[in-house]
Design a protein around this ligand. Structure first.
Ligand SMILES: Nc1nc2c(ncn2[C@@H]2O[C@H](COP(=O)(O)OP(=O)(O)OP(=O)(O)O)[C@@H](O)[C@H]2O)c(=O)[nH]1
Ligand SMILES: [Mg+2]
Length: 313
């Protein structure tokens, strides 16, 4: 971290990362925050909540909102997620539009660009993600194509900036932070130093379990899975220096066949998910936990308004 420069004013504000599913928004969020606050996976539509990560630098504080990937909605869940993003967009100071370097600009990206063009004008910065996956020549071509998309959709100069970045190789991550922060208003810090997210612990715990459960499953199952933490309770009768938390969690799927997949032969898969998730949760909470996982079927919950409400959407 560099020294605070006496001439530059301190800024604080909100930026949001948007982009289609799998564009690398959550991975970039974690890299910017310097900690894991959002779960990531190779499957599209991993993020389902807007997650606020807080980036602290000597000259600014950036509250970064990671969002679910935007797409043409096919289910009520998809529609709710898109609405969530639209609501967030109106409340931020700048927008980082993520486009992967290794995929041609497609209808999905145009869909989002057009949505952004309908907003009251805000600083929109194109972030060309995953640069480590392409050659220099291919990256240059993509940067030119992205800039052209900006001029076409927004007119004039197009995007305020086009920044290439690799979250996994830590290439230009700090530049992304500074560029987004340059559009923040002058303001004192909005969150205490050291705070990395304002997510409730129960949400972080549920997300870590969903991440573990997503690993290695295929097809439609990832989208059919919802995780709800029912209770986190301190185990009675433990000594102060050796506490244990009981964490009770329900995993909801849409069909009995999916329940069987999650549980695995003789419960083997669920045990794996449990031990993988437990590691992350213990790190997060700083104590040992006993993780109690139950798998339940909530028929077609993605399309059922009542069930969606119960599951927190
Ligand atoms: N090589 C490389 N892979 C990346 C980079 N950033 C993200 N990925 C990978 O791309 C996949 C998707 O990343 P996420 O961060 O989950 O993408 P997302 O945009 O949050 O996806 P949704 O939440 O589903 O909308 C994961 O497998 C990541 O490991 C990067 O800079 N380089
Ligand atoms: Mg995500």
């Amino acid at each position: 971290m560099t020294e605070k420069n006496a001439d530059t004013p301190y800024r604080a504000g909100f930026a949001v990362l948007v982009g289609r599913p799998n564009a690398g928004k959550s991975t970039l969020t974690n890299a910017l925050v310097g900690h894991k606050v959002a779960i990531t996976s190779a499957k599209p539509q991993t993020t389902r909540h807007t997650i606020r990560g807080i980036v602290h630098r000597p000259d600014f504080q950036l509250i970064l909102v990671d969002t679910p990937g935007l797409h043409r909605p096919r289910t009520l869940l998809g529609q709710r997620l898109n609405d969530l993003v639209a609501g967030t967009l109106s409340e931020v100071d700048s927008i980082g539009f993520c486009l992967p370097a290794n995929e041609k600009i497609g209808p999905g990206d145009r869909f989002i660009a057009n949505q952004l063009a309908n907003l009251p004008r805000k600083p929109i910065i194109a972030l060309v993600t995953k640069t480590d996956l392409v050659s220099k020549a291919a990256l240059t071509e993509q940067l030119i194509a992205v800039a052209a998309l900006g001029r076409e959709v927004f007119g004039g100069e197009g995007f305020y900036d086009v920044v290439p970045v690799s979250a996994t190789e830590d290439f230009q991550v700090d530049t992304v932070a500074s560029v987004l922060a340059s559009h923040m208003p002058e303001s004192p810090a909005l969150y205490p130093e050291g705070e990395l997210t304002d997510e409730p612990v129960s949400v972080m715990v549920a997300e870590l379990i969903r991440e573990a459960a997503l690993e290695g499953v295929r097809d439609e199952l990832p989208h059919s899975l919802a995780v709800v933490v029912e209770e986190i309770q301190e185990r009675e009768g433990r000594s102060v220096d050796n506490p244990l938390l009981d964490v009770h969690v329900n995993l909801y799927v849409e069909r009995p066949s999916q329940k069987a997949i999650i549980i695995g032969r003789g419960g083997s898969r669920l045990r794996e998910v449990g031990s993988k998730a437990r590691e992350g949760i213990e790190k997060l909470l700083g104590t040992r936990i006993y993780l109690d996982l139950h798998v339940k079927v909530a028929k077609d919950w993605q399309r059922d308004p009542k069930q969606l409400g119960k599951l927190g959407f």
